[in-house]
Structure formats: C-alpha cells, structure tokens
Write a protein that binds this ligand. Structure first.
Ligand code: DGL
Length: 274
C-alpha cells in the first residue's frame, strides 16, 4: 500500500497549487490527479451536484489504487469531505482546515479576510472554522466568481487579470485585515496580482502549504511513506478537458515536466458515481 500513489482532485487546474507544495515537501511520493475542467466551475453549482461530481472523481482515483485522497478544492471540500471520509477506506483530507489554522496562526489582529467561490463563501465554512479556533476573530468573506475562469483560460498573466482582481477585491478597501485566505485552490495562480493590489503588509494564506504538511502527517501516522526511489517520474494527471491546455498550465505552474497528462471523458468519470 505504501508505494501506491496519493490521489488529488479538483474542478480543474486549481489543485495544481496544492500538489506543487506536496511535490516540494514529499518528493518521493507519486501523484495521481484528476481535474474536472469540462464541468468547471463548481463554485456556482448547487452543493448536491458538487457532491455527486466529487464522489465520481474520488471513486475514479480509488479505482487507480490510491493510498490516500486529498480533496484539493475548497468547494468540493465543503460539499463532500464528510461523506467521503465515511465512504472510503483510505484517509481523506480537505483544504479548509489547513487554511483556517494557517490564517489564525498568522494574523496578529485576528481581522481575517477570506476569498473563495460562491459555494464556499455561502457555506460560511471558513468563518465557522476560524471562529472555533479564535473567538475574537473578525472575518470578512467575499466571493470572487471570475477568478476561476481567468485561471482555467490561462489568462492569469494578462492585463485583464489585474482589472478583474481590482474589481472583485473592492469590498475589502478600507479593511483593517492583516491576513487574507486564498480560499479557492485556483487563486494562488493570481497571488502576485492579489499581493500587488493590497501591498506587502497583507499576509496571503495559500492553504496548499499547510495541506502538504497535513498529508505528511497522515503518511507518518499510517506508516505509508513511499520508499521507492525515483517515483517522481510517474505522476499522472487526468483531465476531463483538453490535455494540451492542462499540460501547458501544469508545466508553467509546476516548472517541471515529470508527469504525464491524459484526457478522460466525463462519460467515463460518470460511471464511477454512487
Ligand atoms: N478550485 C476550486 C476551489 O478551491 C473551485 C473552482 C471552481 O470550480 O469554481 O474551490
């Protein structure tokens, strides 16, 4: 079991920001990833539909023999974490707990901002979890629905991205927050534009960093660390969208070519439903 891959899922390319951190921290682990770009975005969909899609993606990865699952998508974490933890026989982790802990630890004044998809923000999950850890926290949450499509379309280095970021982050103007959680795994691809908008005094939290630490802890706990050498060459990334588009963003973001990208049709994924 310990030499099996770890599975990661997302609605598209966003989970790449999580695996980037996992690759840094756990270079000996093999990664199987599925991004559902054909049905992206998940953010505006009812959570019951996101739950169904996430179960399909998870079961698909389980059929490939993964030893643990990371829901590398905040919206899917809100919709499906508890259900999958109950249904699957392998460890399952999400990204929200990690982002919450990192934010509460980093903030000096406990004025914390959260940005995410409509699904994540409407669920109030970050605010609930932050307040559990820090009763005096003051949380402002804002949905940024346009960020995901900019990233999926590989427009995150364009002038358009700057304009959209400035517009969607306007509700924070005048805020005293010292920490902002990037509560959608697509957003770290816009991190430098977001940082420029607020200036260097604001700390941005990328939950991917903390999630990688949590993956490491789980592997240690279950004594599942991969001990085969040179695994990194065997990463497989599946996408329901066009493989060439996914590959371009993956190479650009991961600064690596040690992976294989395969297109998988939605029809195939749907066969893994409940
Ligand atoms: N990357 C996903 C998240 O973390 C969702 C993006 C979307 O499909 O709306 O929430």
């Amino acid at each position: 079991m310990k030499n099996q891959p770890i599975g990661f899922l997302d609605s598209g390319v966003g989970g790449l920001t999580v695996i980037k951190e996992v690759m840094k921290l756990l270079p000996n682990e093999e990664i199987y990833y599925i991004g559902d770009s054909a049905r992206n975005p998940y953010g505006p969909r009812p959570l019951s539909e996101v739950l169904d899609f996430t179960i399909q993606l998870a079961n698909f990865l389980v059929s490939k023999g993964i030893k643990a699952l990371v829901i590398a998508c905040n919206t899917a974490t809100v919709a499906a974490l508890e259900v999958l933890q109950e249904q699957l026989e392998i460890p399952v982790i999400g990204v929200i707990e990690s982002g919450t802990k990192a934010a509460v630890t980093s903030s000096k004044n406990q004025k914390i901002g959260v940005i995410g998809t409509q699904g994540t923000i409407q669920s109030n999950e970050y605010e609930k979890q932050i307040l559990k850890l820090s009763q005096r926290a003051d949380v402002q949450s804002v949905a940024c629905p346009q960020f995901v499509s900019i990233v999926e379309k590989h427009q995150y280095e364009d002038e358009l991205a700057k304009n959209v970021v400035s517009k969607e982050l306007e509700p924070f103007l005048g805020s005293e927050m010292d920490t902002l959680v990037l509560g959608c795994t697509h957003y770290p691809l816009l991190q430098s534009i977001i940082q420029d908008f607020f200036g260097e005094d604001l700390t941005l939290i990328d939950p991917g960093v903390e999630t990688a630490i949590q993956v490491q802890a789980i592997l240690n706990q279950f004594e599942m660390q991969n001990d085969k050498i040179d695994n990194a060459k065997n990463h497989v990334f599946y996408t329901t969208g066009p493989a060439n588009k996914f590959e371009k963003i993956a190479k650009d973001w991961l600064k690596s070519t040690d992976f294989k990208v395969e297109h998988i049709p939605v029809k195939e994924i749907q066969k893994h439903g409940k």
